[in-house]
Design a protein around this ligand. Structure first.
Ligand code: AKG
Ligand code: FE2
Length: 358
Protein backbone atom coordinates (compact mmCIF):
# COMPACT_ATOMS: atom_id res chain seq x y z
CA UNK A 1 0.00 0.00 0.00
CA UNK A 2 0.98 3.64 -0.17
CA UNK A 3 3.60 5.22 2.07
CA UNK A 4 1.15 8.10 2.67
CA UNK A 5 -2.41 7.34 3.69
CA UNK A 6 -5.18 8.49 1.35
CA UNK A 7 -6.13 11.11 3.93
CA UNK A 8 -2.64 12.61 3.80
CA UNK A 9 -3.20 13.59 0.17
CA UNK A 10 -5.77 16.06 1.40
CA UNK A 11 -3.17 17.97 3.38
CA UNK A 12 -0.70 20.01 1.43
CA UNK A 13 2.93 19.04 1.90
CA UNK A 14 5.19 21.83 3.12
CA UNK A 15 6.94 23.80 0.39
CA UNK A 16 10.31 22.34 1.44
CA UNK A 17 9.14 18.91 0.30
CA UNK A 18 9.60 20.14 -3.28
CA UNK A 19 13.39 19.65 -2.97
CA UNK A 20 15.44 17.77 -3.91
CA UNK A 21 13.94 17.09 -7.30
CA UNK A 22 14.34 13.69 -8.83
CA UNK A 23 14.09 13.06 -12.51
CA UNK A 24 10.93 11.16 -13.40
CA UNK A 25 11.14 7.36 -13.69
CA UNK A 26 11.76 5.95 -17.15
CA UNK A 27 8.46 5.84 -19.06
CA UNK A 28 7.04 2.37 -19.58
CA UNK A 29 3.95 1.17 -21.35
CA UNK A 30 1.28 -0.56 -19.28
CA UNK A 31 1.06 -4.27 -20.04
CA UNK A 32 -2.11 -6.41 -20.05
CA UNK A 33 -1.08 -7.49 -16.53
CA UNK A 34 -0.90 -3.84 -15.41
CA UNK A 35 -4.38 -3.16 -16.77
CA UNK A 36 -5.71 -6.29 -14.99
CA UNK A 37 -4.06 -5.14 -11.77
CA UNK A 38 -5.63 -1.70 -12.20
CA UNK A 39 -9.06 -3.26 -12.57
CA UNK A 40 -8.58 -5.30 -9.37
CA UNK A 41 -7.29 -2.24 -7.52
CA UNK A 42 -10.28 -0.18 -8.59
CA UNK A 43 -12.59 -2.76 -7.05
CA UNK A 44 -10.72 -2.39 -3.74
CA UNK A 45 -11.03 1.42 -3.56
CA UNK A 46 -13.81 3.17 -1.69
CA UNK A 47 -15.53 5.58 -4.11
CA UNK A 48 -16.17 9.27 -3.47
CA UNK A 49 -19.85 9.70 -2.71
CA UNK A 50 -21.92 12.88 -2.47
CA UNK A 51 -25.61 13.66 -3.07
CA UNK A 52 -24.56 16.16 -5.75
CA UNK A 53 -22.86 13.44 -7.86
CA UNK A 54 -24.94 11.55 -10.42
CA UNK A 55 -23.16 8.38 -9.27
CA UNK A 56 -20.33 7.36 -6.91
CA UNK A 57 -16.94 8.32 -8.36
CA UNK A 58 -14.21 5.67 -8.13
CA UNK A 59 -11.12 6.56 -6.14
CA UNK A 60 -7.60 6.19 -7.52
CA UNK A 61 -6.28 2.62 -7.22
CA UNK A 62 -3.63 1.93 -4.53
CA UNK A 63 -0.75 1.43 -6.98
CA UNK A 64 -1.31 4.89 -8.49
CA UNK A 65 -1.75 6.48 -5.06
CA UNK A 66 1.45 4.99 -3.74
CA UNK A 67 3.39 6.19 -6.78
CA UNK A 68 1.90 9.69 -6.53
CA UNK A 69 2.56 9.90 -2.77
CA UNK A 70 6.27 10.48 -3.25
CA UNK A 71 6.26 11.77 -6.82
CA UNK A 72 8.34 14.86 -7.66
CA UNK A 73 7.79 16.32 -11.14
CA UNK A 74 10.82 17.49 -13.11
CA UNK A 75 11.62 21.22 -13.37
CA UNK A 76 9.50 23.18 -15.84
CA UNK A 77 10.86 25.15 -18.80
CA UNK A 78 9.86 28.80 -18.77
CA UNK A 79 8.33 30.16 -21.96
CA UNK A 80 8.44 33.94 -22.20
CA UNK A 81 6.92 36.08 -24.94
CA UNK A 82 5.55 39.63 -24.77
CA UNK A 83 2.79 39.58 -22.09
CA UNK A 84 3.03 35.79 -21.83
CA UNK A 85 4.42 33.62 -19.08
CA UNK A 86 4.10 29.84 -19.23
CA UNK A 87 5.79 27.12 -17.19
CA UNK A 88 5.93 24.06 -19.38
CA UNK A 89 6.40 20.55 -17.94
CA UNK A 90 7.33 18.04 -20.63
CA UNK A 91 6.12 15.95 -18.96
CA UNK A 92 4.63 16.64 -15.52
CA UNK A 93 3.73 12.95 -15.03
CA UNK A 94 5.67 10.08 -16.65
CA UNK A 95 3.79 8.69 -19.70
CA UNK A 96 2.92 5.37 -17.98
CA UNK A 97 1.31 7.21 -15.03
CA UNK A 98 -0.43 9.65 -17.37
CA UNK A 99 -1.79 6.69 -19.34
CA UNK A 100 -3.18 5.08 -16.16
CA UNK A 101 -4.73 8.41 -15.11
CA UNK A 102 -6.28 8.88 -18.55
CA UNK A 103 -7.85 5.40 -18.62
CA UNK A 104 -9.00 5.72 -15.02
CA UNK A 105 -10.58 9.19 -15.30
CA UNK A 106 -12.26 8.49 -18.64
CA UNK A 107 -13.88 5.38 -17.13
CA UNK A 108 -14.79 6.94 -13.77
CA UNK A 109 -16.04 10.49 -14.27
CA UNK A 110 -19.52 11.53 -15.36
CA UNK A 111 -19.30 13.82 -18.41
CA UNK A 112 -21.68 16.23 -20.14
CA UNK A 113 -22.19 17.59 -23.62
CA UNK A 114 -23.48 21.05 -22.74
CA UNK A 115 -25.74 23.12 -24.97
CA UNK A 116 -26.67 26.73 -24.32
CA UNK A 117 -28.19 29.59 -26.23
CA UNK A 118 -26.62 32.94 -26.98
CA UNK A 119 -28.24 36.06 -28.32
CA UNK A 120 -26.57 37.91 -31.18
CA UNK A 121 -28.71 40.99 -31.70
CA UNK A 122 -32.23 39.65 -32.09
CA UNK A 123 -31.09 36.22 -33.12
CA UNK A 124 -30.95 33.43 -30.53
CA UNK A 125 -28.57 30.59 -31.44
CA UNK A 126 -27.97 27.26 -29.75
CA UNK A 127 -24.34 26.42 -29.10
CA UNK A 128 -23.32 22.76 -28.83
CA UNK A 129 -20.10 22.58 -26.82
CA UNK A 130 -17.77 20.57 -29.10
CA UNK A 131 -16.28 18.34 -26.34
CA UNK A 132 -17.31 16.52 -23.16
CA UNK A 133 -16.91 18.53 -19.97
CA UNK A 134 -17.36 18.38 -16.21
CA UNK A 135 -16.40 20.51 -13.19
CA UNK A 136 -15.94 20.18 -9.43
CA UNK A 137 -15.30 22.76 -6.73
CA UNK A 138 -16.60 25.96 -5.22
CA UNK A 139 -15.46 29.59 -5.19
CA UNK A 140 -13.46 30.91 -2.22
CA UNK A 141 -16.55 32.36 -0.46
CA UNK A 142 -17.66 28.85 0.49
CA UNK A 143 -16.14 25.51 1.40
CA UNK A 144 -17.40 21.96 1.77
CA UNK A 145 -17.24 20.70 5.36
CA UNK A 146 -18.26 17.49 7.02
CA UNK A 147 -20.04 18.54 10.21
CA UNK A 148 -19.52 15.07 11.73
CA UNK A 149 -15.79 14.75 11.17
CA UNK A 150 -13.59 14.62 14.24
CA UNK A 151 -10.85 16.80 12.75
CA UNK A 152 -12.71 20.08 13.16
CA UNK A 153 -14.77 19.51 10.04
CA UNK A 154 -11.75 19.72 7.77
CA UNK A 155 -12.19 16.33 6.20
CA UNK A 156 -12.80 16.98 2.52
CA UNK A 157 -14.06 13.51 1.72
CA UNK A 158 -17.38 11.98 2.65
CA UNK A 159 -20.95 12.09 1.53
CA UNK A 160 -22.03 14.27 4.46
CA UNK A 161 -20.08 17.30 3.34
CA UNK A 162 -22.21 20.44 3.24
CA UNK A 163 -21.50 23.93 1.98
CA UNK A 164 -20.55 26.47 4.64
CA UNK A 165 -19.44 30.09 4.50
CA UNK A 166 -15.62 30.05 4.42
CA UNK A 167 -15.32 32.77 7.07
CA UNK A 168 -18.14 32.05 9.53
CA UNK A 169 -18.31 28.28 8.87
CA UNK A 170 -22.10 28.63 9.04
CA UNK A 171 -24.06 26.19 6.90
CA UNK A 172 -25.44 27.86 3.78
CA UNK A 173 -29.09 27.85 2.86
CA UNK A 174 -30.17 27.60 -0.76
CA UNK A 175 -29.83 31.35 -1.38
CA UNK A 176 -26.15 31.78 -2.33
CA UNK A 177 -26.17 29.31 -5.23
CA UNK A 178 -29.83 29.58 -6.21
CA UNK A 179 -28.86 30.50 -9.79
CA UNK A 180 -26.77 27.34 -10.24
CA UNK A 181 -28.02 24.75 -12.73
CA UNK A 182 -27.04 22.02 -10.28
CA UNK A 183 -25.76 21.67 -6.73
CA UNK A 184 -22.06 22.57 -6.56
CA UNK A 185 -19.98 19.39 -6.28
CA UNK A 186 -17.05 18.72 -3.95
CA UNK A 187 -13.85 17.60 -5.68
CA UNK A 188 -13.71 13.78 -5.67
CA UNK A 189 -10.63 12.02 -4.28
CA UNK A 190 -9.26 11.11 -7.73
CA UNK A 191 -9.04 14.79 -8.74
CA UNK A 192 -8.20 16.13 -5.25
CA UNK A 193 -5.02 14.01 -5.23
CA UNK A 194 -3.95 15.55 -8.56
CA UNK A 195 -4.90 19.05 -7.41
CA UNK A 196 -2.75 18.70 -4.30
CA UNK A 197 0.29 17.61 -6.31
CA UNK A 198 -0.20 20.52 -8.75
CA UNK A 199 -0.66 22.98 -5.84
CA UNK A 200 2.47 21.69 -4.12
CA UNK A 201 4.45 22.09 -7.34
CA UNK A 202 3.15 25.50 -8.38
CA UNK A 203 2.78 27.04 -4.91
CA UNK A 204 -0.79 28.08 -5.89
CA UNK A 205 -4.18 27.38 -4.28
CA UNK A 206 -6.93 26.10 -6.55
CA UNK A 207 -10.61 25.57 -5.75
CA UNK A 208 -11.95 24.41 -9.13
CA UNK A 209 -11.07 21.43 -11.30
CA UNK A 210 -12.48 21.55 -14.85
CA UNK A 211 -12.19 18.48 -17.06
CA UNK A 212 -12.50 18.36 -20.86
CA UNK A 213 -12.67 15.11 -22.82
CA UNK A 214 -11.96 15.56 -26.53
CA UNK A 215 -13.33 12.30 -27.92
CA UNK A 216 -12.00 12.72 -31.45
CA UNK A 217 -10.24 15.07 -33.85
CA UNK A 218 -13.60 16.81 -34.31
CA UNK A 219 -13.73 17.92 -30.67
CA UNK A 220 -12.13 21.27 -29.94
CA UNK A 221 -12.17 24.55 -28.04
CA UNK A 222 -12.12 27.75 -30.05
CA UNK A 223 -9.93 30.78 -29.35
CA UNK A 224 -10.76 32.32 -25.98
CA UNK A 225 -9.07 33.58 -22.83
CA UNK A 226 -9.89 32.60 -19.27
CA UNK A 227 -9.79 36.17 -18.03
CA UNK A 228 -13.22 36.37 -16.40
CA UNK A 229 -13.48 38.86 -13.54
CA UNK A 230 -14.43 36.04 -11.16
CA UNK A 231 -10.89 34.61 -11.35
CA UNK A 232 -9.39 37.93 -10.20
CA UNK A 233 -6.62 39.82 -12.02
CA UNK A 234 -3.80 37.81 -13.70
CA UNK A 235 -5.05 34.36 -12.71
CA UNK A 236 -2.71 31.37 -12.70
CA UNK A 237 -4.23 28.37 -14.49
CA UNK A 238 -2.54 24.96 -14.55
CA UNK A 239 -3.55 22.74 -17.45
CA UNK A 240 -2.70 19.02 -17.56
CA UNK A 241 -2.91 16.91 -20.74
CA UNK A 242 -3.57 13.15 -20.82
CA UNK A 243 -3.95 10.90 -23.87
CA UNK A 244 -3.67 11.89 -27.53
CA UNK A 245 -1.34 14.76 -28.41
CA UNK A 246 -3.23 17.87 -29.51
CA UNK A 247 -1.93 21.27 -30.60
CA UNK A 248 -2.42 24.11 -28.14
CA UNK A 249 -2.39 27.34 -30.15
CA UNK A 250 -1.89 30.77 -28.65
CA UNK A 251 -2.07 34.23 -30.23
CA UNK A 252 -1.61 37.73 -28.85
CA UNK A 253 -4.88 39.68 -28.70
CA UNK A 254 -3.36 42.78 -30.37
CA UNK A 255 -0.05 41.85 -31.98
CA UNK A 256 -0.91 39.43 -34.80
CA UNK A 257 2.81 38.56 -35.21
CA UNK A 258 2.93 36.97 -31.78
CA UNK A 259 1.84 33.32 -31.93
CA UNK A 260 2.83 30.09 -30.25
CA UNK A 261 2.08 26.41 -30.94
CA UNK A 262 2.62 23.79 -28.22
CA UNK A 263 1.84 20.17 -29.17
CA UNK A 264 0.66 18.90 -25.76
CA UNK A 265 1.33 15.21 -25.31
CA UNK A 266 0.35 12.64 -22.68
CA UNK A 267 1.43 13.80 -19.19
CA UNK A 268 2.42 17.37 -20.13
CA UNK A 269 1.35 20.40 -18.14
CA UNK A 270 1.37 24.11 -18.92
CA UNK A 271 0.92 26.70 -16.18
CA UNK A 272 -0.32 29.99 -17.61
CA UNK A 273 0.59 32.96 -15.45
CA UNK A 274 0.76 36.75 -15.24
CA UNK A 275 -0.87 38.65 -18.12
CA UNK A 276 -1.24 35.53 -20.33
CA UNK A 277 -5.05 35.39 -19.98
CA UNK A 278 -5.49 39.14 -20.32
CA UNK A 279 -3.31 39.55 -23.39
CA UNK A 280 -3.41 36.23 -25.25
CA UNK A 281 -6.04 33.84 -26.63
CA UNK A 282 -5.67 30.06 -26.70
CA UNK A 283 -7.41 27.17 -28.48
CA UNK A 284 -7.34 23.46 -29.31
CA UNK A 285 -8.33 23.37 -32.99
CA UNK A 286 -10.00 20.42 -34.70
CA UNK A 287 -7.60 18.04 -36.45
CA UNK A 288 -7.89 16.52 -39.88
CA UNK A 289 -8.00 12.92 -38.63
CA UNK A 290 -8.57 10.93 -35.45
CA UNK A 291 -5.80 8.61 -34.24
CA UNK A 292 -7.46 5.20 -34.02
CA UNK A 293 -6.44 1.78 -32.71
CA UNK A 294 -4.54 3.22 -29.77
CA UNK A 295 -5.15 2.97 -26.01
CA UNK A 296 -6.43 6.54 -26.20
CA UNK A 297 -9.20 5.68 -28.73
CA UNK A 298 -8.13 8.99 -30.25
CA UNK A 299 -9.27 10.90 -27.15
CA UNK A 300 -7.62 13.45 -24.91
CA UNK A 301 -8.38 14.58 -21.37
CA UNK A 302 -7.48 18.10 -20.28
CA UNK A 303 -7.72 19.11 -16.64
CA UNK A 304 -7.49 22.76 -15.63
CA UNK A 305 -6.94 23.84 -12.02
CA UNK A 306 -8.24 27.32 -11.26
CA UNK A 307 -9.11 29.60 -8.36
CA UNK A 308 -12.51 31.28 -8.41
CA UNK A 309 -12.67 34.29 -6.10
CA UNK A 310 -16.24 35.45 -6.72
CA UNK A 311 -19.56 33.66 -6.12
CA UNK A 312 -20.47 34.22 -9.79
CA UNK A 313 -17.68 31.82 -10.80
CA UNK A 314 -19.55 28.82 -9.41
CA UNK A 315 -22.77 29.49 -11.34
CA UNK A 316 -20.84 30.12 -14.54
CA UNK A 317 -18.66 27.01 -14.34
CA UNK A 318 -21.54 24.63 -13.58
CA UNK A 319 -23.70 26.23 -16.26
CA UNK A 320 -21.11 25.75 -19.01
CA UNK A 321 -19.47 22.50 -17.89
CA UNK A 322 -22.35 20.46 -16.40
CA UNK A 323 -25.50 22.13 -17.70
CA UNK A 324 -28.85 20.43 -17.56
CA UNK A 325 -28.51 17.67 -20.15
CA UNK A 326 -27.85 13.94 -19.72
CA UNK A 327 -24.87 12.33 -18.02
CA UNK A 328 -22.40 10.49 -20.28
CA UNK A 329 -20.21 7.60 -19.19
CA UNK A 330 -17.44 5.72 -20.94
CA UNK A 331 -18.47 2.34 -22.36
CA UNK A 332 -15.25 0.32 -22.63
CA UNK A 333 -16.94 -2.40 -24.71
CA UNK A 334 -18.04 0.07 -27.36
CA UNK A 335 -15.02 2.35 -26.93
CA UNK A 336 -17.18 5.47 -26.73
CA UNK A 337 -19.15 7.71 -24.38
CA UNK A 338 -22.81 6.86 -24.02
CA UNK A 339 -25.75 8.47 -22.28
CA UNK A 340 -26.00 7.09 -18.77
CA UNK A 341 -29.75 7.26 -18.49
CA UNK A 342 -30.89 3.76 -19.03
CA UNK A 343 -31.36 1.79 -15.80
CA UNK A 344 -29.59 -1.32 -17.16
CA UNK A 345 -26.54 0.75 -18.11
CA UNK A 346 -26.47 2.17 -14.57
CA UNK A 347 -26.78 -1.27 -13.06
CA UNK A 348 -23.94 -2.63 -15.15
CA UNK A 349 -21.72 0.30 -14.23
CA UNK A 350 -22.43 0.46 -10.51
CA UNK A 351 -23.94 -2.81 -9.42
CA UNK A 352 -26.98 -1.27 -7.77
CA UNK A 353 -27.48 2.06 -9.51
CA UNK A 354 -27.09 4.15 -6.36
CA UNK A 355 -26.65 7.90 -6.54
CA UNK A 356 -28.90 10.77 -7.34
CA UNK A 357 -29.11 12.92 -10.39
CA UNK A 358 -29.52 16.68 -10.33
O1 AKG B 1 -7.69 21.45 -23.62
C1 AKG B 1 -6.87 22.35 -23.39
O2 AKG B 1 -5.66 22.15 -23.36
C2 AKG B 1 -7.35 23.76 -23.14
C3 AKG B 1 -8.68 23.86 -22.47
C4 AKG B 1 -9.08 25.27 -22.21
O3 AKG B 1 -8.53 26.19 -22.72
C5 AKG B 1 -10.19 25.54 -21.29
O4 AKG B 1 -10.85 24.60 -20.81
O5 AKG B 1 -10.44 26.72 -21.00
FE1 FE2 C 1 -9.00 28.06 -21.69
Amino acid sequence: MSKRSIASFFTKLPETSKKPRLSSPAPKDASVEDVKKEEEDVEESIPSIHPSYPHPILSLPPHLLSFLATYQPPQPRQIKKPDLQIDSYTPFFPPSTAKSLYLFLRASLPFYRVTYSIKRGDLETTVNTPRFTTVYGIDSHSIFLNPDSNDGGDSVDGEKRVLVDSKTKKTLGSERYRACVCRPRPIPQCLEVLKNIVERETGEDFNFVLVNYYASSEDSISYHSDDEHFLGPNPTIASLSLGTTRDFLLKHKQDKNQTLKLPLSNGEMVVMKGATQKKWLHSIPKRSSTVTGSWTNGGRINITFRKGVEIACTGNYYRYNVGSGPVYRWNSGKGEMEIWGDKSVKKAALGDGTGTQD
